[in-house]
Write a protein that binds this ligand. Structure first.
Ligand SMILES: [Zn+2]
Length: 59
């Protein structure tokens, strides 16, 4: 019998909540950093904003 707790887990890099392995990530689990598409996009947006701000201050 397989328990859910046996699945690998990670902590979302954006919302800091733990999330469990999903089948759709089977090929890409090492690269998965966010629990959801929303977290991924929000994190990417804020990262892009910060990067742009740094560029503007350091041309
Ligand atoms: Zn998240």
């Amino acid at each position: 019998m397989r328990r859910k707790a046996d699945l690998p887990q990670k902590t979302c890099a954006f919302c800091q909540r733990p999330f469990a392995w999903r089948k759709k990530w089977a090929r890409d689990w090492d690269n998965v950093r966010y629990c959801s598409e929303r977290c991924r996009r929000t994190a990417k947006n804020s990262t892009a904003k910060n990067a742009r701000r740094e560029k503007e201050t350091n041309p």
